[in-house]
Design a binder for this molecule. Structure first.
Ligand code: TXA
Ligand code: MG
Length: 318
């Protein structure tokens, strides 16, 4: 099955594929995921192979209800229950103690598992029909731009997956926020839910990893989410010399600037949420434009803007 619309019949087929070891790309409210049955080691191995993902980088397990959560995690602390109450279904991944029944490949040998319940109705429906927790990283080759449209997945991985379910453009456009709660609450990845919102629910979140959990949080590589085209962050693109604009692309926050070969504006209204929703879409376009370099304008560090800057910094890291 190539790219298919999310009809009931197609979701049944995709769920059957998942149950029999297949790999299915599907939309979530953050980015498209590349899913396999979390309890099927061979199917999970295919995900690593398709993405060329290093085995030390654990996958997030997606569930459609709390009973599924209990199948993959144990000793769920009260802080996690509070977060689940407030933010699930939604773009928050919680790192919990894993059950022994869940294979080591999914969690890259860690004693913990990252779990989230997506809010996207197609994702929820697919997981429910499959009847099993679904391990799913973002549906991109390791280290490259994340996919926010079915066409991105098709272009990058279309010949290697069993099915791509088309759910249109994703809502947030940046990945889920990831937190670990023990030995104390810490932020592992900025994402679609702001740190302030999480702190309002459970109190202070450490931004720096305590030394003892450092080895438990791989995947925080300095270079990630990167286009093939070199990317640099600029404060004010209007002050970039004209000679440097020629042949280059501009990813502006709210105001276009003349003299660039190609320009995309994240949000003319200056809305960080709209900017997040367009971030990877425009980076895919600019990366395919033939520009020699992408200048990405700084966005304000508020709300989802922090996650956007996090992605841009990693994308631009040498
Ligand atoms: O929004 C999202 O989270 C998307 C959609 C598809 O749900 N998924 C996603 O997955 O972004 P991925 O694989 O691209 O990023 C998962 C991150 C990795 O950096 C990994 O290191 C971290 O989650 N992670 C997963 N399990 C972990 C664990 N047990 N401990 C620490 N970090 C973990
Ligand atoms: Mg990813």
């Amino acid at each position: 099955m190539p790219v298919v619309p999310a009809t009931s019949e197609n979701l049944d087929r995709a769920a059957a594929l998942l149950r029999s070891g297949g790999v299915v790309a599907f939309p979530t409210e953050t980015v498209y995921g590349l899913g396999a049955n979390a309890f099927d080691a061979r199917a999970v191995a295919r995900i690593f192979e398709i993405k060329a993902r290093p085995a030390f980088d654990p996958l997030i397990v997606h569930v459609s209800d709390e009973a599924m959560l209990e199948r993959v995690a144990e000793d769920v602390p009260a802080t996690a229950r509070a977060l689940i109450q407030t933010f699930w279904p939604g773009p928050l991944t919680i790192v919990l103690r894993k059950r022994a029944a869940l294979g080591d490949l999914v969690t890259a040998g860690l004693p913990t598992v990252g779990v989230r319940m997506p809010a996207h109705p197609i994702a929820r429906d697919l997981i429910e029909r499959a009847g099993t927790p679904i391990a799913a990283p973002s549906a991109n080759p390791f280290g490259y731009l994340s996919p926010t449209q079915a066409a991105h997945v098709e272009r990058m991985l279309g010949d290697r997956v069993d099915c791509i379910i088309d759910g249109g453009s994703t809502k947030h456009g940046v990945e889920s926020t990831i937190v670990m709660l023990e030995p104390r609450p810490v932020l592992l990845r900025h994402g679609a839910i702001s740190v302030e919102a999480i702190e309002a629910a459970i109190g202070p979140l450490a931004r720096e990893l305590p030394d003892e959990v450092r080895p438990l949080a791989p995947g925080r590589l300095p270079q990630h989410y990167a286009p093939h085209t070199p990317i640099r962050i600029v404060g004010d693109p209007a002050r970039v010399p004209q000679s440097e604009r020629e042949g280059a692309a501009l990813l502006a926050f709210r105001t276009p600037v003349a003299g660039y070969r190609v320009v995309r504006v994240l949000s003319t209204a200056g809305d960080p949420r709209e900017a997040g929703a367009h971030l990877f879409e425009y980076l895919h376009e600019l990366d395919a434009s033939g520009a020699v370099r992408i200048d990405a304008e700084r966005v304000p560090m508020e709300g989802i803007g922090i996650a956007i800057m996090d992605r841009l910094q990693r994308a631009g890291s040498p």
